[in-house]
Ligand binder design. Structure first.
Ligand code: NAP
Length: 237
């Protein structure tokens, strides 16, 4: 039996990742922010191998409570997918009034929140066979490929997400584990507050590409995490 945990399973990419990991036979800890979001509960009711947990990754105590609950229910974790994230404001550029409080919230969720979850779950990951962390980052976190003039909070948060992933990789790779930083593609989800109809792919296509890339494709464990998109294409840092 393999064990996985996914954050942000309320809907979107996280919900599809939980469903597809369950299809692959994992026992899945599916983490949700909003207990009014019932899609993951409905899925868990139809499957034997999904357990639903509530967590707000922006809060120390909420993540600590999650880790205690998962430790009570799971003997180990082979795979942690840090998928939860928020967009914040898509400013048109630096001349627009910037919302620094919102920017700090985006960084707290996308970068610090991701790190909170991983460090809290390290004891369970260390008991797992694979010890793999997948951080759902974004192409927006690439400094080498930066063409935008706004989206400060989101881009900075995903660049910081990439850095915390590189730091965690340096611990895990010495213990037989690894980290992947993954851009899920431009996905039709509600991350912009409405269904993004300009997106190219569905959450199902994104999730199956992510799992194929990190679970089915052999990759050497290098000194840096791999920064890949959902098709397996490498991105510049
Ligand atoms: N969609 C894209 O085109 C795209 C592109 C690049 C990267 N990404 C990344 O892909 C990941 C998944 O996004 P998505 O497109 O599937 O959007 P989404 O449907 O909005 O999913 C994000 C998930 O994170 C949860 N979440 C937000 N704040 C949280 C918090 N403080 N604690 C715990 N969970 C929290 C959301 O819960 P609620 O919705 O209930 O608040 C939701 O379940 C994100 O990391 C995003 O940055 C998406």
């Amino acid at each position: 039996m393999k064990y996985a945990l996914v954050t942000g399973c309320d809907h979107g990419v996280g919900l599809s990742l939980a469903a597809q990991l369950s299809d692959r036979g994992y026992l899945v800890a599916a983490c949700r922010l909003d207990d009014q979001e019932t899609q993951i509960e409905s899925l868990a009711a139809q499957r034997q191998n999904i357990r639903v947990f509530d967590v707000d990754i922006s809060l120390d105590e909420s993540v600590a409570a999650l880790c205690r609950a998962v430790e009570a229910a799971f003997p180990a974790l082979d795979l942690v997918i840090n998928n939860a994230g928020i967009l914040g404001r898509m400013e048109s550029g630096p001349d627009e009034a910037l919302d620094y409080a919102l920017m700090q919230r985006v960084i707290n969720v996308n970068a610090v929140g991701t790190l909170r979850v991983t460090t809290g779950l390290l004891p369970l990951l260390r008991k797992g066979t694979d010890k793999t962390v997948v951080n759902i980052s974004s192409e927006a976190g690439s400094i080498a490929d930066c063409e935008r003039v706004g989206w400060f909070g989101y881009c900075m948060s995903k660049a910081a997400n990439n850095m915390q992933g590189a730091l965690i990789h340096n611990t895990l790779r010495r213990e037989g584990g690894r980290v992947f930083q993954v851009h899920p593609g431009h996905v039709a989800t509600f991350m912009r507050g409405h269904l993004d109809t300009t997106a190219r792919i569905t959450p199902e296509v994104s999730a199956s590409g992510i799992l194929r890339t990190v679970l089915d494709t052999p990759h050497e464990v290098g000194e840096r995490p791999l920064y890949l998109d959902y098709t397996g294409k490498e991105l510049p840092w």
